[in-house]
Write a protein that binds this ligand. Sequence first.
Ligand code: SF4
Length: 268
Amino acid sequence: MEIEKNKDYEIIVFPNQDEGLKAQRILVTNGMDFKHISSLAVAVSGAMAEDACKIILKEMGILGGHYKFLYRDYEEDFFKKAEGYKVSGANGEFLKSITLCYVAPCMADEKKIRLIAYFDRDISEILPYLNSVIKGASYNKNAPTLTYARERRLVNLYNIKVTIAKADDILDAWKLLDDIKDLINTTYRNKDGIQPNYKEKVKVTALQIYGWLPKTNCKACGEATCLAFAVRLLQGEQKLSKCVPLSTESKFAENKKIMQEMVEALGV
Ligand code: SF4
């Protein structure tokens, strides 16, 4: 199937190569048109996405999920890169694999995707070491979870799974999962030389951030209010430097210094 501009498509994602190839055989057998992206994903027309998923599930196939493929400038590039991307297989000394089990559009931004993937083993013992290694991570030893921002993406590591919000697309998701696997394995390999950090980070709220802002609601940052700016800064969607008075007026120099430390500690 050729992908044409200004048409609706959905990307269907599979948890592993075996399931991906099985699902694609089912689609072929049932005469359904699709574009092969890799053994882990296909594109189908938006109108037939639901039917394609139903047929795969009816014939005992397994899906990771599906999301709307929005035409973007780099579309051709996306297919080229996604076709050429080799998702790392079941290798690695500590963590062998991460299986992508759920994909859906982000609730707050349908241009982004969220996902859940499962580890092939419990990684709880490595979380305090990752808490040392990952700048700005937030560790909760009771859960246990480790949360951090990777640029604008939000990563939550649990004992046996990882959730990611605001990934760009499935290619971005595969790369993130491979990076996470490498990070966990490298940290495990080097753990004798890393001081584990069991400390939980003090939580910072949007209101606390707001307290250090100029509170003029001047809109120079592109937000309607300083509070909206604080919320988006906390979510990693704004940059401190975008607050013009804070960056340019000497009376806010001290606030700026404090906020820079805050933002650095938050890793946003
Ligand atoms: S630029 Fe700074 S002071 Fe102005 S609205 Fe944005 S956060 Fe508030």
